[in-house]
Design a protein around this ligand. Structure first.
Ligand code: SF4
Length: 383
């Protein structure tokens, strides 16, 4: 990876800028970050060594551009054309431009831009729902070959499923805020975006925790040096086709904890076994019903990204379906929210066994008063 800062300094534009690291760093050395000026590295992409080779090499990886400013800043309009020329000359390099000013994009592109350049990825930053709903539609309709969304610092839960469903977003990056005055980042927000990415088969990068990270209701202060490491160690990044989620450490809830939480959900409490279900279970026997449950779990839930996820379990038609909704084992999203089983993980035999048992416990418990014998019950679903 290389960094190219053609100019330095920026103007604050939205809530994500409040604790801008450029301002913080400049302040610490008595500099005013709101003054924008060209840097000595302005022509870095075309700079050459004494032997006539480019200094920036393809092997160095992505060139992150304008990291101490914003590439589409109005104050930089006079310099940008020259930058486009350099980007065009270096077709062998991959430039990533991160911006909070996607609304200036079309006014800033060169005449021969067409429907985008293959070597340019535009990353639109959105720190909250308001900025996401303003900027992402612009990102989607702009002529761009490669689009990414960056939620850093993430300031609240942000829903982007409808944007991901377009299939036009290549990657989503999430992270918290650094610095002493950093705002808290909640792991639940990160997990929610990740779930949306898994469902839509979009690459997801959990980059860093930020300085104050909320997990399981508790806020942790994370040292600067550990913010990237902690995110990396969580294995919550997601690359479609790989099974990184296999490494996520998690514990399924105790029966008591799960039952108490399910009791508080009106939706889950609405499910019950009717006469038809009971007769079906009696006719087939519990062993057969268990086989059905096992097959449904394997066929509809166990893949890394199951078909039709979120809609794969009908509301009725089989007692197991009802039990799945009642126990929140109906889709991968519910399995993560209620049972901590990460989305994007290929379910192993142990996972499948746990889910099947949870379903069967509910059926046995709810069928007991209706005359279903469950003498083989191993783990009754009772309070
Ligand atoms: S746009 Fe980026 S660089 Fe500019 S003030 Fe905001 S956070 Fe800082």
């Amino acid at each position: 990876m290389s960094i190219w800062n053609p100019w330095h300094g920026c103007k604050k534009i939205s809530p994500g800028c409040v604790n801008c690291y450029v301002y913080r760093r400049d302040e610490s050395i008595g500099k005013n970050a709101s003054e924008v000026s060209k840097t000595g590295d302005f022509d870095l992409p075309v700079k050459k060594t004494r032997t006539g080779e480019y200094k920036l090499k393809k092997e160095d990886g992505v060139v992150y551009s304008c990291m101490t400013s914003d590439f589409f800043l109005k104050e930089a309009d006079i310099w940008r054309d020259k930058c486009w020329d350099m980007i065009k000359e270096r077709k062998d390099l991959e430039f990533h431009i991160i911006t909070k000013r996607i609304d200036r994009f079309e006014a800033c592109i060169p005449e021969d831009w067409g429907d985008g350049w293959e070597n340019v990825t535009i990353c639109s930053t959105c720190e909250n729902q308001d900025r996401a709903d303003y900027r992402i539609p612009i990102l989607l309709k702009s002529p761009i070959k490669h689009r990414q969304i960056i939620m850093e610092p993430m300031l609240e839960e942000i829903k982007i499923d409808k944007y991901l469903e377009t299939g036009l977003i290549e990657q989503v990056t999430c992270g918290g805020e650094s610095g002493d005055n950093a705002r808290v980042c909640d792991f639940n927000w990160i997990k929610e975006v990740r779930r949306e990415c898994v469902r839509t088969n979009t690459r997801f990068y959990f980059k860093q925790t930020g300085a104050f990270f909320k997990k399981d209701g508790q806020i942790y202060k994370i040292d600067r040096k550990d913010q990237l490491k902690q995110a990396d160690k969580s294995h919550y990044s997601y690359i479609p086709g790989t099974n990184e989620a296999e490494k996520i450490v998690y514990n399924t809830p105790s029966k008591e904890n799960l039952l108490n939480r399910l009791k508080q959900s009106k939706f889950r409490q609405n499910f019950y076994l009717n006469e038809e279900d009971i007769q079906y279970i009696k006719d087939k026997g519990l062993d057969k019903i268990r086989e059905h449950a096992k097959d449904f779990v394997k066929d509809r839930l166990s893949a890394q990204n199951p078909d039709n996820d979120g809609k794969q379990t009908p509301m009725r038609g089989h007692p197991v379906f009802k039990a799945q909704h009642a126990t929140a084992t109906c889709c991968r999203s519910c399995l993560e929210k209620w049972h901590n089983i990460p989305s994007g993980k290929i379910l192993n035999e142990k996972d499948q066994e746990y889910i099947t048992e949870t379903i069967m416990d509910w059926i046995k418990t709810h069928g007991r008063d209706l005359g279903i014998s469950h003498q083989n019950s191993q783990r009754e679903f009772t309070s």
